[in-house]
Design a protein around this ligand. Structure first.
Ligand code: HEC
Length: 195
C-alpha cells in the first residue's frame, strides 16, 4: 500500500500549505488543519516554499487561468507523450495515466489517474509541481489546467468540451473518490533526525 501512503502524504502536504496560507480567506476555507501532533509537538514544515504551492482536495488556493482539451492535447504531445504514450497508456519510462478503473481491488490492479486518484485538484497540484520529470515546476498554470482538461477527458471523467479552471476543476468527481479509508497512522509521531 505504499502508493496509497504517497498520495496520503501529498494530501497532507496540502494540509500544511493551508496552514501556511492563513489569511482572511482562510476563515472561509472549509478545512481546518492541525499545526501540532496530539502530543503537542509542532508539525515540522519542510520545504516550505514548495508546500505553499500544494493544492488541497477542495481546491483552496487554485490559481486563475483556464485550459481546454484541445490546448492540453498539444501540450501533452510536446511535453508528456514521450514518457506517457500517445494514448496515455504508459511506456517503459512513464506510467499509464488512463484505464484500470475499478481494478485496484482485483487480482491485476492498474494504478492510473482514472483508477486511483480521489481528487482532480491533487492531480493538478502534482502535475504542476513535478511534471515533466525533466523540468519540474516549468508548467504554467494555464498549461496545467489544459493538461487536466485533456487527461480527464481522455479518461472519460469529463467531456472534451469542458473548460478547466479553478471552479470546474474543484467540482470534478473522480471515479475512486470513495475508495480511500481514514489512515490513523497519521497520528503516530515519527522521530525526526536530530531527536
Ligand atoms: C521523462 C519522462 C516523463 C515526462 C516527460 C513526463 N512524465 Fe509524468 N511521470 C513520469 C514518471 C516516471 C512517473 C511516475 C513517478 C512516480 O511514480 O514517482 C510519472 C507520473 C505522472 C503522473 C502520476 C501518475 C499516477 O497515476 O500516479 C501524472 C499525472 C503525470 N506523470 C503527468 C505528466 C504530464 C501531464 C506530463 C507532461 C507535462 C508528464 N507527466 C511528463 C515520467 C514522465
Amino acid at each position: 500500500m505504499s502508493k496509497c501512503r504517497s498520495v496520503t502524504s501529498l494530501l497532507v502536504a496540502g494540509l500544511f500549505a493551508a496552514c501556511l496560507e492563513q489569511s482572511t480567506d482562510a476563515a472561509e476555507h472549509s478545512f481546518t488543519y492541525p499545526t501540532t501532533y496530539d502530543s503537542g509537538r509542532p508539525i515540522a514544515i519542510e520545504r516550505e516554499q514548495e508546500l505553499r504551492t500544494t493544492i488541497p482536495p477542495d481546491g483552496f488556493g487554485l490559481p486563475e487561468g483556464q485550459g481546454t482539451f484541445t490546448e492540453g492535447r498539444a501540450i501533452y504531445a510536446s511535453k508528456c507523450q514521450a514518457c506517457h504514450g500517445d494514448a496515455l497508456q504508459g511506456t517503459a519510462v512513464g506510467t499509464a495515466l488512463v484505464g484500470g478503473r475499478g481494478s485496484l481491488s482485483s487480482d491485476s490492479p492498474k494504478k492510473t489517474i482514472e483508477s486511483f486518484w480521489p481528487y482532480a485538484t491533487s492531480v493538478f497540484s502534482y502535475i504542476r509541481n513535478t511534471m515533466p520529470t525533466i523540468a519540474p515546476g516549468s508548467l504554467t498554470d494555464e498549461e496545467s489546467y489544459a493538461l487536466m482538461a485533456f487527461i480527464l477527458a481522455s479518461a472519460n471523467i469529463i467531456s472534451t468540451d469542458e473548460v478547466m479552471h479553478k471552479d470546474t476543476l474543484a467540482k470534478v468527481r473522480m471515479p475512486n473518490r470513495d475508495g480511500f479509508v481514514p489512515d490513523d497512522t497519521l497520528d503516530i509521531e515519527v522521530p525526526m533526525a536530530g531527536d
